[in-house]
Design a protein. Structure first.
Length: 413
């Protein structure tokens, strides 16, 4: 199986027609790309653009504000995945602006790493209302649906409810592609989402838009195999959906996970922070599970909360970062007003946020350059010291080479 080094050599030999912009839509991909130093290792005409891959970054202000308000209520415990606790919203200055601040102000806020942990807290605190603030993409929402589905058999504690902020990944990509300026020439699709929903979910990128696409895992060689595949597709003008994560992302995905999602959730239009409403991009609990829905149980009014929580903090460019319109360090606040210690926007908080990932890799200075202008190396400046000390991913066996198109999704041949 080809190693990462072999894939790199193959990519370097490709006769690229010009700048090729490859978007990823997965925080895990962006972290692997950045930490392995792939931007510096690939030819400069290949631009690797982080896109909408961070569910915490797109969680709307009104949901965060609702969670903060619940946490401040007497007799309530709000539990959430850890990186959500520090995500700020633009609440009035006299009020806590994050769950962490709500906790400092006396609220009972607890980090969890799984839905089951939230349930354990509910069982252990029967005298309190335990609200599970669940923000995430398909891979995170499916276990929440599983918990609810199992609860219909085993029973869930009456003091347990869910403030759901689940999102589907592909509609954000569809929205970009339906716009006049999608901003990328090829897509590397998320392997973990494909594992749940099936790689075929990304066929529309090729079939409707004629854009090369490949599903990739998190390892360097899987990502490089996907880059090689989409670049070759660009050169040959023969787009198809490649699966470079075939050992894990099987055709059809995970039917059990999809069944519980369909059983428990409806797909509805949903607000994305700083971006607006994207049709068919949100999960909500079906009406029959309304008793578990914290919005129903505690009369949460998103429109009113939105007015109180406000928009993105002034100067924060997270929406454009999330949509791949600018690189993280093109935000004027990057590294100045906004750092992981003092985050202004969600992209600097979450482990899957592009600003946080770039900062963690050693990028420090804001740089002004345009996405798509062939400036990746200039934009992605890393201090010499950091560059020397940065761990490099060791080349290992590839999970899958690029392969010819499946007959069902051949196009433009
Ligand atoms: S650097 Fe901070 S303020 Fe700017 S886009 Fe990133 S998170 Fe938002």
């Amino acid at each position: 199986m080809p190693t990462a080094r072999t894939w790199l050599e193959r990519i370097r030999k490709l006769p690229l027609p010009g700048t090729v912009r490859v978007m990823n839509v997965c925080g895990g991909h962006e972290r692997s790309i950045t930490m392995a130093g792939l931007r510096g290792a690939l030819p400069p005409r290949i631009e690797l653009i982080p896109g909408p891959g961070c569910p915490v970054c797109v969680c709307p202000e009104e949901d965060i504000y609702a969670a903060i308000r619940l946490a401040r209520r007497e007799g309530f415990i709000v539990v959430a995945f850890g990186d959500m606790l520090r995500v700020p919203c633009n609440a009035p200055r006299a009020e806590p602006r994050s769950l962490e601040q709500a906790k400092a102000a006396g609220g009972d806020v607890r980090p969890v790493s799984s839905p089951q942990e939230a349930l354990v807290i509910a069982h252990a605190n029967p005298e309190k209302q335990v609200v599970f603030f669940a923000a995430g993409f398909e891979t995170t929402t499916a276990p929440v649906a599983g918990l609810v589905a199992r609860g219909s058999i085993d029973g869930l504690p009456s003091n347990f409810s869910i403030l759901l902020s689940g999102r589907l990944t592909w509609p954000a990509v569809a929205m970009l592609l339906d716009s006049d300026t999608p901003g990328f020439d090829a897509l590397v699709a998320p392997g973990h989402v494909s594992t749940v929903m099936g790689p075929e979910q990304w066929a529309f990128v090729v079939e409707k838009h004629g854009i090369p696409a490949a599903v990739a895992g998190f390892r360097t060689e899987s990502l490089l195999a996907a880059f090689y595949s989409v670049l070759r597709q660009v050169i040959e003008q023969r787009p198809f959906l490649d699966n470079c994560y075939s050992a894990v992302a099987k055709p059809g995905g995970n039917p059990t996970a999809q069944a519980v999602l369909n059983q428990v959730m409806d797909v509805t239009d949903a607000n994305w922070r700083g971006i607006g409403v994207i049709p068919g991009s949100g999960f909500t609990l079906k009406a029959e599970w309304g008793g578990l829905d914290a919005r129903v149980r505690f009369d949460i009014r998103p429109d009113e909360d939105r007015k109180r929580a406000g928009e993105m903090p002034p100067g924060c460019d997270c929406a454009r970062v999330v949509l791949g319109k600018i690189y993280p360090n093109q935000c004027a606040l990057f590294g100045r007003a906004c750092t992981p210690r003092n985050p202004i926007g969600p992209c600097m908080v979450s482990d899957e946020g592009a600003c946080r990932i770039w900062w963690a890799s050693g990028v420090r200075e804001p740089v002004v350059a345009d996405v798509g202008a062939g400036h990746t190396r200039d934009v992605f400046e890393i201090s010499e010291e950091t560059e020397k000390s940065r761990p490099r991913a060791a080349p290992t066996a590839s999970e899958s080479p690029a392969r010819p198109p499946p007959a069902s999704i051949k196009k433009n041949q």
